[in-house]
Every structure is written in structure tokens, then in C-alpha cells.
Design a protein around this ligand. Structure first.
Ligand code: COA
Length: 152
């Protein structure tokens, strides 16, 4: 019998937000606010996921669907749950939902120095298409724009 996964992917709801904010604040110098996450959950075009390890939020993802494109707006996994496939599984869930809703391509931005994230995205089939100069601040850095074709 296959071993049970130590985490499950669920839709984000308001009860997850305190833990999501903790992860967000630990990962990013300019974190999204509580109202930003609450607003996402009211938007039809937003796909908001959490990876739950029991009662603990191990990671979260926010994706934006616009016409036939899905954009990865925010993703993070707690330090203690990294390298266990949590990020990949949330991305695959987003892509599955986006394809179901008719999306044919996906895009995202990532800090040039963020080799962990870039490596995960490459393994998921994203490739770099452009650099957006000085896109990030604190510290200032270029963004790598990555895209993935979702058509079969
Ligand atoms: C990027 C991030 C979401 C990855 O989450 P994760 O759950 O650890 O990712 P996965 O376990 O699914 O990793 C998938 C693959 O990505 C690559 N990868 C992930 N982390 C890596 C690291 N630290 N170094 C090198 N490769 C890495 C590996 O190829 C990995 O496969 P492997 O573990 O079999 O070698 C996580 O590191 C994170 O939250 N970082 C801080 C926030 C962030 O940078 N978000 C992305 C902003 S664009």
C-alpha cells in the first residue's frame, strides 16, 4: 500500500490566514497584509491554496487567472517543510485548476538570485524568457520572467 502523504492541499480560508501571514512575513521583506489575503479569497479569479500538515499550514500559494493565462502571484513554504514536494504539489494543483478553467499558459516573476524557486519552476517546465530590470526592492534586484505552455 502506498504511504500516505504527510500534507494535503486545500483551498485557503480565513482560518488559515494567521499562519499564512507568519510564513509570508518570514519569507518576504515587503509582505502582503492580512487584508490582501482576505481580499484574494473573495476574488473569483484568484486560486488560493494551503498545504496542511495536520493543523499546521506548511505552505501557501496564490494564483491569478486572467483570460487564458495563470500568473503565480505568491508562493511560500515554511523552512521546516521545504524540499518535501510541498511547493511542487501546490504548483501542480494550481496548474490543474488553471487548465480546467481554460488557461493555455502560465507566467511568474522570481528574483534572479532565488535559485531554489527557479530550480523548482524549471522542473515544472517553466523557462526564462526575459529579465525585468530592478523589479524588486529591499534589496534591489532584477526579476526573471518565466513562462510555461499549458497546452498538451
Ligand atoms: C521556493 C519554495 C516555494 C520551494 O518549496 P519546496 O516545497 O521546498 O519545493 P519542492 O520540495 O517542491 O522542491 C522541488 C524542487 O525544486 C528544487 N529546489 C527546491 N528548493 C531548493 C533549494 N533550496 N536548492 C536547490 N534546489 C531546490 C529542487 O530541484 C527540488 O527537488 P528535489 O528536492 O527533489 O531536489 C521554498 O523554497 C520557499 O518557500 N522559499 C521562500 C519563498 C520563495 O522564494 N518563494 C518563491 C518566490 S518566486
Amino acid at each position: 500500500m502506498a504511504e500516505a502523504k504527510p500534507f494535503v492541499i486545500r483551498e485557503m480560508d480565513r482560518s488559515h490566514v494567521p499562519q499564512v501571514l507568519e510564513i509570508e512575513r518570514a519569507c518576504y521583506p515587503a509582505p502582503w497584509s492580512e487584508s490582501a489575503f482576505n481580499h484574494e479569497m473573495t476574488s473569483e479569479s484568484s486560486v488560493d491554496l494551503v498545504a496542511m500538515a495536520g493543523e499546521t499550514v506548511a505552505g501557501f500559494l496564490v494564483g491569478w487567472i486572467a483570460a487564458d493565462q495563470v500568473h503565480v502571484a505568491n508562493i511560500a513554504v515554511t523552512a521546516g517543510h521545504r524540499r518535501r514536494g510541498v511547493g511542487t504539489e501546490m504548483m501542480m494543483r494550481l496548474i490543474g485548476e488553471a487548465v480546467r478553467r481554460g488557461c493555455t499558459s502560465s507566467s511568474l516573476e522570481v528574483r534572479e538570485s532565488n535559485l531554489a524557486a527557479r530550480s523548482m519552476y524549471s522542473r515544472l517546465g517553466y523557462h526564462a524568457v526575459a529579465l525585468r530590470k530592478s523589479y524588486y526592492s529591499n534589496p534591489a534586484e532584477d526579476a526573471v520572467i518565466m513562462v510555461k505552455d499549458l497546452e498538451a
